[in-house]
Design a protein. Structure first.
Ligand code: 13P
Length: 258
């Protein structure tokens, strides 16, 4: 259940623009077999395949799966002349229960702005999906020490007009930490921004996740940062063994924390 502080650790992956349908479905099938109907106690996994594989991945996970399937993006309008786009109702029709919004790759390359992020959050909430709102600062902002202010402004814009944010997840993903060219953060480097997010929004959103160069090695330390409710992972979770290892880490981290 999503209310106030998330009772479980969120561990999710976006496949970004990787995997064929067969590869994505094989991942989902193995995940289903490994987790069974009850999943991992205290952990809420989610998988965001490419749109081409969403329906098949959702079907392979099965109805009532402990793993949420979701979309990496969706348009703010329900339908219309928006060539190449997919709406939130269409994503939901394909099995999405969560929709990622405002990833830095989309902001950098596809014209995503705070304004479009806000419209997409509203659409996701209108249609009963969980919006996973990405925020994060570029290296220059980080170097100037302005990370928290930058990220808080992004999230304030995303949640503008949202009365009930209990379904919203926030993913703090510093741009300088993401992907092949990213630099793995020391836990202390993200602590201030996570604390700022927690202080500003922690009591009203469903959870605050960290993403960017998460690995099996650093996952426990990043989960240990005060205010981090989960991890949003790219490369380290694209092999099923990596994803399962991260789920196990989250399960044991929770036990340690309580
Ligand atoms: P990496 O884990 O590959 O750095 O990617 C993080 C990310 O962008 C998740 O959306």
């Amino acid at each position: 259940m999503l209310s106030g502080r998330a009772p479980a650790r969120w561990i999710g992956t976006s496949f970004k623009m990787t995997k064929t349908r067969a590869e994505a479905v094989a991942f989902a099938r193995t995940l289903r077999e490994a987790l069974g109907p009850d999943g991992v106690p205290g952990v809420r996994p989610f998988v965001l395949p490419p749109a081409t594989a969403l329906a098949e991945v959702a079907a392979a996970l099965g109805p009532g799966s402990p793993v949420l399937a979701g979309a990496q993006n969706a348009h703010w309008e329900d339908a219309g002349p928006w060539t190449g786009e997919i709406s939130v109702p269409q994503a939901a029709d394909a099995g999405a229960r969560i929709v990622e919004i405002g990833h830095s790759e989309r902001r950098a390359h596809f014209g995503e702005t705070d304004a479009t992020v806000r419209l997409k959050v509203a659409s996701a909430l209108r249609h009963g999906l969980i919006p996973l709102v990405c925020c994060g600062e570029e290296a220059g902002v980080h170097a100037r020490g302005d990370s928290a202010a930058h990220v808080l402004a992004q999230v304030a814009a995303a949640l503008d007009g949202v009365e009930d944010a209990t379904r919203v997840l926030i993913a703090y993903e510093p741009v300088w930490a993401i992907g092949e060219r990213g630099r793995e953060p020391h836990p202390g480097e993200i602590a201030d921004v996570v604390a700022a997010l927690r202080d500003a929004h922690g009591s009203r959103v469903g959870g605050i996740l960290y993403g960017g160069s998460v690995t099996e090695r650093n996952a426990a330390a990043l989960l240990g940062v005060d205010g981090v409710d989960g991890l949003f992972v790219g490369r380290a979770a694209w092999r099923i063994e990596g994803f399962l290892a991260l789920l196990a880490t989250a399960a044991s981290a929770r036990v340690t924390a309580s």
